[in-house]
Design a protein around this ligand. Sequence first.
Ligand SMILES: *Cc1c(COP(=O)(O)O)cnc(C)c1O
Length: 816
Amino acid sequence: MNYRAAQIAEITGSKVIGDASVTVKNISFDSRNLFAVQDRAFIAINTSQNSGEKYISDVLERGIRIIIAEHKACDKEGITWILVENSVLFLQKLAKYHLKSFPDLKTVGITGSNGKTIVKEWLYQCIYNIFDTVKSPKSFNSQTGLPLSILQTGKKHEVGIFEAGISRPGEMAVLAAIFSPEIGVLTHIGTAHSANFSTESELIDEKLKFFKDSSVIIFNGDHPGIYDAVSLRYPDRKLVSYGLGPHNKLFVQSGWDNFSNEITVSYFDNVFKFNLSQKDEATLQNVLALIAVLKELQVSNEEIVQKLVGLKAIEMRLESVHGVRGNLVVNDSFNLDVDSLKIAFQFIKEYKKVKKVLILTDIIDVKEPPDQLYKEVAQLVNEQDFDRVYLVGSVITQYHALFQAKSYIYKDSADLIESQTLNHIEDSLILLKGARKFAIEKIKNLLELQKHDTVLEVNLNALLHNINIHKALLKPKTRMMAMVKAYSYGLGGYEIAEFLQHHHIDYLGVAYADEGMDLRKNGITTPIIVMNPEQHSYNAIIEYNLEPEIYSFRVLELFWNALNELGVDKQYPIHIKLETGMHRLGFKSEELMLLAEKLNTMNLKVASIFSHLSTSDMSDERDYALSQIEVFSCNTDVLINALGYRPVLHILNSAGITSFTEYQFDMVRIGIGMVGISNDPAVKKQLQNAVVFKTVISQISHVKAGDSIGYSRRHIAGTDTRIATIPVGYADGIPRMIGNGKGFVSINGKLCPIVGNICMDMLMVDIGTLQVQEGSEVVIFNSKPTLEQFAEYCQTIPYEVLTSISRRVKRIYIKN
Ligand SMILES: *Cc1c(COP(=O)(O)O)cnc(C)c1O
């Protein structure tokens, strides 16, 4: 927007005091996020719970010079006041006027109980590089959020995507008076926010008001009430119903209930397929809504398919964190209703922890009568195999008899904490589902391992996305081994393997037997190859059903002896490593005949034959890699002939997959590619960062020019400046060599130099005049600096950076 104060007053019928010629380009209502103050007005919004006017003196102090409010709150000089009768109505009037000045803007409006924000964000991800698009920020969808979103529209925009949310009767009529979209979307009507409506059909009716001027209405037609209501009310519009049922215009023909990622849909009888890595019903319904909108925007099927692969998951954030006493704590910080409970149950199914515990509070703000609600909840819970259920709240506890697992009841969170019973939970998966009012964080803090501000955050969805990007290059039959050696490249142990196992990875690769043992103890059943089977570990390998790499006659004989000593009489799977040019481990060409001869006398099964490329990521050493592949190809032929059967063959690592795709043989071994690293720029562009290393500022100090920083006074401040101390040091895996200006971390998106020597547990950075506070987030790497840049500071490669991050840094796994 770009209006003079005088214009705004005229449009909205309000009054200006002070300079009416000032320009307003932005309006903010949240005093906490005011970055640029130039041309920005602050609006004091009064609601029944809060008055925005109490923040006026604060924002004036921060340099805001234009205030929109119902009262002139002070006499400070040089301020322009736009005095309004009602701040919410003011915004609505202004937004309505503003939108009218863009008659060519194609508008998409999304409403519904769940899924509207995700559909909006996904839509944006899909079209932002096709159309100049403006969208509601976050979930700005309320009586003030929608107008503020609309006010962001400018001349250049071609498409506007706005969300509308309501919680009370009458609200939609107000929103629809400001804006009724050309393409309307109704995602899902659920139990969330329905407490103020007496019947579901009343809620549906209210939502449908949004579409009064829509030419197309896209809606979930699996819900019979919605299907009928839309058809009855808007028979003259283009109606696009979507869902699982074949009566819908867009429906899923096949694929959603089997193990493959491929989904086939029919859109007005036009059939096409796409891949989706996450296939719970909620995700699928949201994707269908998305497809329907993309079709209305004339995006081609090919483009849709391609965009869907790249979707970043946003929806809800289920965090899983290591807990005390070997527990794993899964905390769902989203809203609590029956639908979100279902999704959380689906999520924890992926974990193979034997014991599962549920902590569940009263479900509030839903319309269903408690008898019915908790019967449904108990039934759902009973279908899971929880060992114990902790019920918290005065309502849910009345229904404890409905829960079949051993259940414990508490009137509130404090009661549960005081009871000390949580201390008895061991080696379990603990699912925490609580309504906000129960201050569930207190329980979470108690269960989590000592909280560190420094974390390595691993995004499992990104990991899977990256695997899929590599998979897309391969033939469908080619198998994939994920290398999870060295604590999964530093990202974590069984959590990663478990996730990969759930997503049907064919093989896992570890360096040592202990790593494999750990995985088995945590319920991993996928075949595991041990690259470096040490002599002392053969018994463990056999006991835990791990598969050794056999790289020399010495290892072959010793392992064979171990099998015999233990009296194993099955054909034990082994993997033969061939030396093809790396000169590290492996059988050489001249040893093959003897090898085959020996193998033929032993009751062993060569499960695979493989080798490793030494230059797969170097474009100037392609010939060398090709010569290795050539040797591999010949030598495997020789061995296969002599053995009389064909084991699985594999030679490509991540870089090999992208650079030597045609030599994929039967299997490939992905490693660093999962993390989001590739030497191939085209592939790199499609990968997502799967890991972020971050911490927070411990202290900020003002120093004077000439003051020295840190051990040995290696840095002397050149000017007066501010120094932030950060709680990571060389003991956490930050190499000491990147001190003294060689390395940078980012704070508030700005790279700040590390100054002075890095200490064992801390380091200092020069933050100059950067607007940050103690406790502000600091990104050590990804995406600014990127992992690659950080590795450059350290004069090494991303592999070493990741595997050097100390075990004391807490790993957090996020999954959306
Ligand atoms: C570690 C490893 C890989 C994976 O290498 P990336 O470069 O990380 O893809 C593949 N094969 C073997 C034998 C390995 O040891």
